[in-house]
Design a protein around this ligand. Structure first.
Ligand SMILES: Nc1ncnc2c1ncn2[C@@H]1O[C@H](COP(=O)(O)OP(=O)(O)O)[C@@H](O)[C@H]1O
Ligand SMILES: [Mg+2]
Length: 299
């Protein structure tokens, strides 16, 4: 059987090592299964529409890998590649569903998955001013303080805020300008604590409990400690369902602990990093991802 070839696309504008690290991890996993891959920055592929046709120009023009592992969030590029009939993992639609948290919560809710009560901010063409305060007062009253505010686009807990008063809220709203955001019921029983489950296909391949000593956010980059975790049957089923409904082939699912031992979906990450979970559990999710892609393509 012919050897598979793949592209691993990552974002060229992100200078942090961890993005290239991720791409290299996946490349090494592919190499272990004798799959040759090329690491490509999104900015090296020139998305062109010419004579009414979608193409890719530049260095990689005319080449067609067997698959793309899309480790970027450049949704326009992802859609262009799909127009060229290149199988993408994850698909453009699923990356889009996860990238925008407002869209993600709508998709989860459409499928009756449990999320904390969430309110979407109205579209703003200009940053809010003092005269807009009444609307935001009303919005906050719908939840009561304290609550969680999240910018629609963000990771590592960096665009997630704990709001305990109107002053803090309104200042944040002003500060983020026209960025879309949601406010969300604080799951107090999960303060500083969540579980991360890595789903690949229809399996949970690794899980960990994350607990922060001081912060409400359980992101490892915000200082949380990781513990290996044995998920329950319910948690496994919930995580797999989340991945299915947003359409990801693989994902990192964050679950929160409700007061009566129920679980809430905090978020679905189509571009979950895999280094931390490896450090915690010794499980290399990249191996599972590559085996999954291979299985899909050879079928
Ligand atoms: N509604 C909530 N109640 C309690 N904690 C929350 C809530 N939403 C988020 N968190 C905490 O904040 C962290 C970051 O939020 P998340 O939505 O996962 O954003 P990010 O994409 O930045 O990781 C979560 O891991 C969780 O610990
Ligand atoms: Mg998260």
């Amino acid at each position: 059987m012919k050897q598979l070839t793949g592209w691993i696309i990552y974002n060229g504008s992100l200078k942090a090592e961890k993005f290239l690290d991720y791409a290299e991890w996946v490349q090494n996993a592919a190499r272990r299964r004798r799959i040759e891959t090329t690491l490509i920055k999104n900015s090296e592929l020139v998305v062109t529409i010419e004579n009414g046709k979608s193409t890719i120009k530049g260095r990689y023009e005319g080449l067609s890998p067997d698959f793309v592992l899309f480790a970027d969030k450049d949704i326009r590029l992802a859609k262009q590649l799909e127009k060229l009939n290149i199988p993408l993992f994850n698909s453009a639609q699923s990356v889009e569903n996860c990238d925008d948290k407002t869209l993600m919560y709508q998709v989860l809710a459409d499928n009756q998955l449990p999320i904390p009560k969430t309110i979407l901010a109205p579209l703003r063409f200009f940053p809010v001013e003092d005269e807009d305060a009444a609307y935001y007062h009303g919005m906050a009253e719908e939840l009561g303080y304290p609550f969680i505010m999240k910018e629609a686009f963000g990771s590592f807990g960096q665009q997630v805020y704990y709001i305990d008063s109107f002053e803090t809220f309104f200042q944040k709203v002003k500060q983020i300008g026209t960025t879309p955001f949601v406010i969300q019921q604080l799951i107090q029983s999960s303060y500083g604590k969540d579980i991360r489950l890595n789903v690949v296909g229809d399996r949970v391949v690794a899980s960990m409990l994350r607990q922060s000593p001081s912060d409400f956010r359980a992101n490892v980059s915000a200082g949380a400690t990781m513990y290996p975790y044995e998920p329950t049957k319910e948690e496994i089923e919930l995580a797999i369902k989340c991945s299915k409904v947003v359409g990801t082939d693989f994902a990192g699912i964050d679950l929160l602990f409700g007061e009566n031992d129920e679980r809430y979906v905090c978020e679905v990450n189509s571009n979950a990093h895999i280094q931390n979970i490896f450090d915690c559990t010794g499980i290399n999710v990249a191996d599972a991802i590559i085996e999954y892609i291979e299985g899909k393509l050879k079928r």
